[in-house]
Design a protein around this ligand. Structure first.
Ligand code: FAD
Length: 334
């Protein structure tokens, strides 16, 4: 079958839809962007908009929307048997991206993961995203599926984000899986990848992790977004080591404010990040959660101001659905 370029990848009619690299190029100062999670199943798009509406006053160039794959649970059946069933608790990434594009006329960046996707499904998902006017994707391996203890790729899927980046680059260059587009039709995605200032938890050391990060960039990824960190020095050192390794693309710092005392343990165990002594001691000494949240806000403001001073291109906030706290921080830093 003959597929034409215009049908496959129509031009988007809005000029404010841009690649992340173009947003960075056109900005004369640090900007702020946000990552949101799709709501739990049963949630509505109005819920998403009511979360995002208050953030629009900060004029984010883009909003990232995470992707959550299925997980296995055991459901009790009549007769007392347990059946293993796959459920997705937070579906809707692509629909939310479409909602953001329509409502705010700003870029929405879906996270695209290897886990749960065959190469064909990845290709189809990318064609859908292109039709929606999505200009950027964050290419990730994806979290380990619960309750597995290590990442298991699909039989015909990718084992590492590197392979996903290569597939997207192939599509950008008009190389599709099973048929060529006859008139040179191609995708045109700007590709982001993840970087870890405190190293990815599976990597033997930071140097080897950065070597794999470099492979993602050499394969064609355009920018890096970092895992959250609470000590800016870790970010500055990471950037320096990336530059020494020959990585030249923008490295966007990811920030998440501490909002609850329980996160002093939960964040390190989930995201494999260190909580600095000062932050830990001040938060531990708080008598209630309101005070902990205030400590978290002040810490994030302090981090943000230092990063802005260092002229980072964008401050990327992980809202983890805690938008009010993030809005409070951003309102204080610009
Ligand atoms: P990779 O780049 O594949 O790296 C994984 C590990 O393998 C690293 O230790 C690396 O050093 C090593 N490695 C890399 N390439 C190779 C190779 N070719 N051969 C051997 N080893 C290699 N998860 C989700 O499920 N959904 C999301 O929406 C999501 N969003 C995220 C956003 C950001 C900004 C970040 C930082 C993480 C996000 N994650 C998300 C989590 C992420 O999927 C996990 O951290 C995952 O374990 C690794 O993903 P990666 O893309 O960094 O993997």
């Amino acid at each position: 079958m003959k597929l034409s370029t215009d049908i496959l990848f129509p031009l988007c009619g809005f000029s404010n839809f841009m690649k992340v690299t173009e947003h960075i190029k056109h900005a004369d100062a640090t900007r702020v962007s946000f990552e949101i999670l799709p709501p739990l199943k049963g949630g509505s798009i109005e819920q998403v908009f009511s979360m995002l509406d208050p953030l629009m006053e900060f004029k984010p160039p883009f909003i990232d929307v995470t992707y959550h794959r299925e997980e296995f649970i055991y459901q009790k059946r009549p007769g007392g048997f347990y059946e293993k069933v796959a459920i997705r608790k937070r579906p809707g990434t692509v629909g939310i991206c479409a909602g953001i594009i329509n409502r705010y006329s700003i870029d929405a960046i879906p996270h695209l993961i290897c886990g749960g996707f065959s190469k064909d499904e990845t290709e189809n998902a990318l064609i859908d995203l292109s039709f929606l006017g999505v200009k950027n994707v964050l290419a990730l391996r994806g979290d380990v599926r619960k309750p597995d203890d290590h990442f298991i790729p699909e039989e015909d899927g990718h084992a590492h984000a590197l392979d996903l980046v290569r597939q997207i680059v192939d599509m950008n260059q008009g190389r599709f899986l099973h048929e060529e587009t006859v008139d040179g039709g191609h995708a045109d995605f700007c590709i982001g990848v993840a970087g870890y200032p405190e190293k990815h938890f599976e990597a033997p050391n930071l140097k080897s992790d950065i070597a794999y990060l470099k492979k993602k960039i050499d394969a064609g990824a355009d920018y890096i977004v970092t895992q959250m960190f609470f000590d800016n020095q870790k970010y500055f050192d990471f950037v320096q080591q990336c530059r020494q390794a020959g990585i030249k693309v923008p490295i966007i710092p990811g920030l998440k404010p501490l909002t609850r005392k329980s996160q002093l343990n939960a964040l390190p165990s989930t995201f494999h990040v260190n909580i600095p002594d000062d932050l830990y001691e001040t938060a531990t000494a708080c008598n209630d959660e309101k005070a902990v949240r205030q400590v978290g806000i002040e810490w994030a403001i302090m981090q943000s101001r230092e990063l802005i001073k260092a002229k980072v291109p964008i401050l990327h906030f992980y809202t983890l659905s805690n938008v009010k706290t993030v809005a409070k921080i951003v309102s204080k830093i610009f």
